[in-house]
Write a protein that binds this ligand. Structure first.
Ligand SMILES: *[C@@H]1O[C@H](CO)[C@@H](O)[C@H](O)[C@H]1NC(C)=O
Length: 613
């Protein structure tokens, strides 16, 4: 099956690459004649889509909104062949008919037809999405997202491509579908190609052509790797670097043009457009800082949850590598409430997530100065460095997303304190007194005391569903099929090295409990599966959501979480202490997390910075 699949993928990619080359030649090559042609096409205004009144992202008025940076201009063996063929086609069959305004609508039809044909090729699922099982019959209601669409928000779509060309066409199809629904002038697409060595280059040409024709603003950028030798890289640092680069247009548009986006959508793997729209809806309804989907990878004919590197439940524990068909006592989230809500297909609160496609509120993060970062005191093996001595409670050298989550928790806590300070009119004594009162109340909160017990019980009594045989088979398969590596779990620690062991929670309460502080609103939406090549989407949908009807929970219950918990007092830290690219060795420990102490540390650092400058 894997072989047929790969063959199909290859021929598909070859076909797409052919079309992309033609489009590239038509639009982007440098001879003056071509530029002329481009102008001709633009003048006829090929694709005049009905867009809304908001002109802030109007590419006709602001041409810089469609930018390509760092294109690879090197000639390859096909360059001449393709350019001769395309030139012939253009001059004999296209140019004679495009010369006057009357034919413009026909030309537009022609191009639109070509785009549709191109995107229908993506065999995986885009076309299949409306037929897949979803809870609450969400997908069957045509008008389910009309409210959202009417609100006319601006969305920023970010994609990072790191030698993963096999997703790109599907992702493009998703963007086109979203642009059709949300309006082409309400999206900005930022694609960052980080040192890809596959056909990403050609496929980004294709993306550029399609987005140009549709009038969707974009920046497509290619950057070289951070280190010449990929194995000398420190992956969390690369992650942070790529993500911050992909967000550069977001910051620029805000600083220079005062254009603010309502949500940032990080597309990873493949996610159905309706599921993304629903995740956006959940994000707004909860005023959430981040809402993630769930990442499922195929393995041996069934599907497993696949993001244990970055996802932690609200107790700070790792998600289980559960099957999509897992029993209620072995679902991915280990915490009681999360597991319960997962089983009901309702959004649940987590400490951290990424898990495929996720939606971030920039007002609670990027616009507040939070950027992606990573630990820096790692060991550079290429330099022959020895492992630096680190404190037992030194900061966790984990993924840049884990750092991002911690920053969200701290930001949220700080915001609440600053608001309180403002409300109290900056009177220092009253301020301190107020904070003390809040802390005292929390210390006697029976819920806080109860929670500790629940945590211990779960850690001892959890049942694992994935057996060793499956894991070994999965490992073998990884070697055979590159696509199988595509899930986020590619970055996680293998189970046989202890990746499945959850270190027990530390004993000893924090002097100032985390529950005193305003929680970060980070949610997982189990109704938004992200998948990869080779997954049978119909089967996955049936495993996850069954065929029967869901209990009716009403619109509010479906979307809104009523109670928000504070941060866990410790979390499972899975860290890369060494360079060595994505698959560098990882170790695992449990690390305390005290918002109070972290805030104090932040304050000290800020004071030091102020003194230095
Ligand atoms: C590790 O050291 C090598 C050799 O000096 C260097 O090229 C590379 O950039 C270093 N890696 C990181 C992540 O700093």
């Amino acid at each position: 099956m894997a072989i047929t699949f790969r063959r199909r993928t290859l021929s598909r990619l070859a076909y797409i690459a052919g079309i992309a080359l033609i489009i590239r030649w038509l639009f982007f090559s440098s001879p003056p004649k071509v530029t002329e042609r481009q102008v001709q096409i633009k003048e006829h205004n090929f694709i005049e889509r009905a867009t809304r009144q908001d002109k802030s992202l109007n590419v006709q008025r602001l041409p810089f909104l469609q930018a390509r940076m760092g294109r690879d201009e090197r000639k390859d063996i096909f360059s001449d062949l393709v350019s001769d063929g395309v030139k012939d086609y253009w001059e004999r069959f296209q140019l004679p008919y495009i010369g006057n305004k009357d034919t413009a609508p026909m030309d537009a039809q022609h191009v639109l037809g070509a785009i549709d044909q191109l995107l229908s090729l993506n065999g995986w699922v885009a076309a299949l999405c409306p037929t897949l099982t979803r809870p609450f019959n969400q997908h069957k209601r045509e008008n389910a997202y009309n409210d959202l669409i009417r609100e006319d928000h601006l969305y920023y779509v970010a994609i990072i491509i790191h030698s993963a060309d096999h997703f790109l066409v599907d992702q493009l199809a998703v963007i086109v579908q979203m642009a059709k629904r949300l309006g082409t002038n309400n999206l900005f697409v930022s694609m960052l190609d980080y040192d890809s060595r596959d056909s990403t280059e050609t496929l980004t040409d294709l993306c550029e052509a399609v987005l140009t024709l549709l009038g969707v603003p974009f920046r497509i950028r290619r950057v070289p790797g951070m280190t010449e030798d990929p194995s000398a890289a420190y992956y969390p640092l690369e992650e942070a670097y790529m993500r911050n680069l992909a967000l550069e247009p977001l910051q620029e548009l805000q600083q220079k043009r005062k254009i603010k986006f309502s949500r940032v959508i990080w597309l990873k793997g493949f996610t159905c457009p309706n599921d993304i729209l629903e995740t956006i809806k959940i994000s707004f309804a909860n005023e959430a800082a981040m809402v993630c989907g769930m990442d499922w990878a195929e393995h041996n004919g069934f599907f497993i949850f696949s993001d244990r590197w970055r996802t932690r439940d609200i107790d700070g524990d790792q998600f289980r590598q559960s099957k999509s068909s897992s029993k209620p006592d072995a679902v991915p989230p280990r915490d009681r409430l999360g597991a319960q809500r997962y089983a009901q297909h309702l959004p649940f609160q987590v400490y951290c997530c990424e898990s495929g496609t996720h939606v971030v509120d920039p007002a609670q993060s990027y616009y507040k100065g939070i950027h992606y970062r990573a630990g820096t005191d790692f060991q550079n093996i290429s330099r022959g460095e020895t492992l630096p001595l680190r404190d037992p409670d030194a900061a966790c050298l984990d993924s840049s997303q884990a750092w991002f989550c911690r920053d969200l928790w701290l930001r949220s806590a700080r915001d609440a304190m600053e608001e309180m300070d403002r409300a109290n009119g900056e009177i220092p004594n009253r301020r301190q007194q107020h904070r003390r009162e809040v802390i005292e109340v929390a210390a006697h909160d029976p819920f806080m005391i109860g929670r500790e017990e629940v945590k211990v019980k779960l850690a001892g009594g959890a049942v694992e569903e994935v057996n060793d045989k499956g894991i070994n088979e999965r490992k073998d398969q990884k070697k055979k099929d590159e696509d199988a590596n595509a899930g986020s779990d590619y970055d996680a620690m293998p189970a046989e090295e202890g990746g499945e062991e959850v270190p027990p929670p530390a004993i000893g309460r924090l002097s100032i409990p985390n529950s005193v502080f305003r929680p970060a609103r980070i949610l997982v939406n189990p109704r938004c599966p992200t998948t990869y090549a080779g997954v049978s989407h119909t089967q996955l949908a049936r495993d996850l959501f069954g065929d029967g009807d869901d209990d009716s929970v009403g619109d509010t219950g479906k979307y809104v979480l009523e109670d928000w918990e504070g941060a866990p007092e410790s979390f499972v830290c899975q860290e890369q202490r060494q360079t060595g690219g994505r698959k560098a060795t990882k170790t695992q420990r449990r690390l305390g997390f005290s918002i109070h102490e972290e805030l104090q540390r932040q304050q000290r650092e800020e004071q030091q910075q102020q003194q230095q400058s």
